[in-house]
Design a protein around this ligand. Structure first.
Ligand SMILES: [Zn+2]
Length: 256
């Protein structure tokens, strides 16, 4: 027997050690499916009538107390799990899609060239263009390097550029998905290669927000938004901001 005085004071715990090993095995099996007979058999019981013997064991007040205690523990764990799920939805709902994929307006080739003429990245790029021009089947005028070098694709457009009117070129930028923050990671749902290129898939943010609202009881069957809506949202935001210390608002699923 363990020394009960060394345990944290918890009145519901005291029955656990009063059970025999066999009673405890039956009780643990009973917790799996709530069936006394099969639980008795799985625990290794050999009586002719396993249902009756099983019922006798789970009906024992000490065993019953143990089962109730374990059920409470399981319910508590489920509550934590539900909170994790809602938190995940909240992360998805509030993630900034720009962290994942961006549509950028960047400098065109003429934005920063000398006198707004075509600007090359470097001399090597220009020489390569000259070689390709020479090798072309139909003679072409050799590319000029009057605009100079130093083109930087990520630069902002030049507001006075006569070619792009300061609007630059459209560039789609996709983040390195290995280095996403937790919210963008929750939002990211994978990559699909299509004949037109890559397709970034994201979780449904509107659906995620709706799920959070449902869990908070903000939407009933009639989609009747109650006056408490703001309070619920505030409570959730507070709960997340304070690392899970919930105020009045429960994050448990609704019963419906
Ligand atoms: Zn430009």
């Amino acid at each position: 027997m363990k020394d009960l005085t060394q345990r944290a004071p918890n009145p519901t715990k005291k029955n656990e050690n009063d059970l025999t090993d066999f009673q405890k095995r039956v009780a643990d099996e009973y917790l799996v499916d709530g069936k006394a007979g099969p639980a008795y058999r799985r625990a290794g019981g050999k009586a002719k009538d396993p249902y009756r013997s099983g019922c006798e064991i789970v009906g024992n007040p000490k065993v019953d107390a143990y089962i109730r205690e374990r059920q409470a523990e399981i319910a508590h764990r489920l509550e934590i799990d539900a909170e994790t799920v809602v938190r995940r939805w909240w992360e998805i709902a509030t993630a900034d899609v720009n962290e994942l994929v961006q549509h950028r307006r960047c400098a065109c080739r003429y934005c920063y060239g000398d006198d707004h003429r075509y600007q090359w990245v470097d001399e090597e790029e220009w020489q390569e263009a000259c070689r390709q021009s020479e090798a072309a089947g139909t003679p072409r005028k050799a590319p000029s390097n009057d605009g100079g070098y130093g083109y930087l694709r990520s630069a902002d457009p030049h507001p006075d550029c006569p070619k792009c009117d300061g609007e630059g070129d459209a560039i789609v930028f996709v983040a390195d998905t290995r280095r996403l923050g937790p919210q963008a990671r929750a939002l990211y749902a994978g990559l699909k290669t299509t004949k037109d290129g890559m397709e970034i898939k994201t979780q449904d943010q509107a659906k995620a927000l709706e799920n959070v609202a449902k869990h908070l009881g903000m939407l009933d069957a009639k989609l009747n938004l109650g006056i408490k809506e703001d309070d619920s949202l505030t409570a959730l935001v507070k709960a997340i901001a304070t690392g899970g210390k919930r105020e009045e608002q429960s994050l448990l699923p609704n019963e419906d």
